[in-house]
Design a protein around this ligand. Sequence first.
Ligand SMILES: C[S@@+](CC[C@H](N)C(=O)[O-])C[C@H]1O[C@@H](n2cnc3c(N)ncnc32)[C@H](O)[C@@H]1O
Length: 212
Amino acid sequence: MTQGDFVKAISQRYDELSGQQCCLSCGGAINYADIKEGYHCADLGSGKGYDVMKMATMAGEGGFAWGVDVSEAMMTAARENAKKLNLTNTAFIKSELENIQLESNSLDVVLSNCTLNHSLEQNRVWKEIYRILKPGGSFVVSDIYALEQVPDDYRNDPKLVAECWAGAVTREQYYKNLQDAGFGKVEIIEESAPYEKGRIKVCSFTLKGSKV
Ligand SMILES: C[S@@+](CC[C@H](N)C(=O)[O-])C[C@H]1O[C@@H](n2cnc3c(N)ncnc32)[C@H](O)[C@@H]1O
C-alpha cells in the first residue's frame, strides 16, 4: 500500500459524506480556540468548513482562516457555505496533512477535529503543525486514541483508516509525537470514557498546546 492508496480511500469516503448531514466531529476543539481579531488560523481536515467559518468570523476582516482537506467535494461544500455567509477571509486548499501547503511560522491558531487519526504518519503531521505555527501560536485538536496498539492488518487497510479509527495511535504514542514535534507542555481539556469504534476501543480527547 502506498500513501496514495490511503489518500484515495479517504477522499472517496469523504466525497460521499459531503452530501450528508452527519456529525463528523469527536470533540469541542473550536470552543477552546480563543480566536482573537486579526488572527490567522487553519483547520486541518476542514470538512464542510463549519469551524473555518467560525474562526473567520471571530478573526474579523483583519484575520484569515484556512481550511485544509483532501476531499474535493468537502472543499466545494465548504466554499459554498463560506460564500453564503459572504466571508471573504477564508480559503480552502487541497493538501495532505503530512505536507501542509501553508507557510512556516504563519499561524496564530491551528485547529483540527477528528482528522489526525487518518494519518499513518502522525509524527510528521505534528511536526507540520509546529512548523506552520508562529512562535507563541497554539493548537487545539480533538481526536481519538486507541486503548491498545491497532493490529497491522487494520492499520494497513486504507478503507478502515478512512473510516476514522484504524489509524489511531495509543495515548503513549500520541504524547511521543507531540514531544518529538516540540510541544513539551500539553493540556488535556476533554477526555471521554473508552468506547468501541470500528473493531477497536478508543477514547476521544481534546488537547491544547503552544509553540514556545
Ligand atoms: C471526520 S472528518 C471531520 C471534518 C471536520 N473537521 C468536522 O469536525 O466536521 C475528517 C476530514 O478530514 C479530511 N482528511 C482526512 N485525512 C486527511 C489527510 N491526510 N489530509 C487532509 N485531509 C484529511 C477528510 O477529507 C474529512 O473532510
